[in-house]
Design a protein around this ligand. Sequence first.
Ligand code: ADP
Length: 218
Amino acid sequence: MILIMFGAPGVGKGSQASILAEALQIPHISTGDIFRDNVTKGTESGKMAKEYMDKGLLVPDAITIGLILDRIRNEDCRNGFIVDGFPRTLIQAEYLEKMLEEEKLAIDTVVNITLDEAKIIDRITGRRICPSCNHIYHMTHKRPQTQGLCNHCRTGLVQRPDDHESTIIRRLGVYAAQTKSVLSYYRKKYTVLDIVSKEDITETTSQMFEALGLDTVS
Ligand code: ADP
């Protein structure tokens, strides 16, 4: 199954993608995580990407496309994968389609998660992430078992540098200006499942599993 997780920043697509990936036993490819790993490792792509990410702007297609398509070409994606955060421009969408066609693969479903802008801002300002295993938490809606520590690897949680209010507003503007058009394009070609993000993460997950025809939420 090849799934594209779509939605504005902060709607919870990363959390839902990782739950789905675990249930379906397929890789979860998050472009944001790939970029952040490159930033941490100090690679050339990471250094270039950081300048854009910190400002809330999209990393240029010339850097993004190669990095993400290389990841999708990995052997572990042969039986399906979930992409979260890609494509975010029409050019990225075209390259993805071309690559999938060459590999005789195709997108099955697009999951589009929506949420009001005011709630998005609350979600993102309260978001904390594990810099080691990338699990996502929220200071009020999804607290870790021990305050400030990742449940999975006990690493100290951090706030992303681009999760401050002024940068979030810029990211929402970028989504409206550059990314939303990809959704209109996908609506003409694929099944798009619209899911309204709920405060309770498990409620959103149940809605999504039901829409996908999956009966277990693990
Ligand atoms: P969010 O969906 O909350 O904005 P992500 O972790 O997916 O967060 O992305 C963080 C940042 O990484 C983006 O603001 C952007 O700078 C960069 N990025 C992620 N995916 C892409 C992409 N497909 N194209 C360009 N830049 C991207």
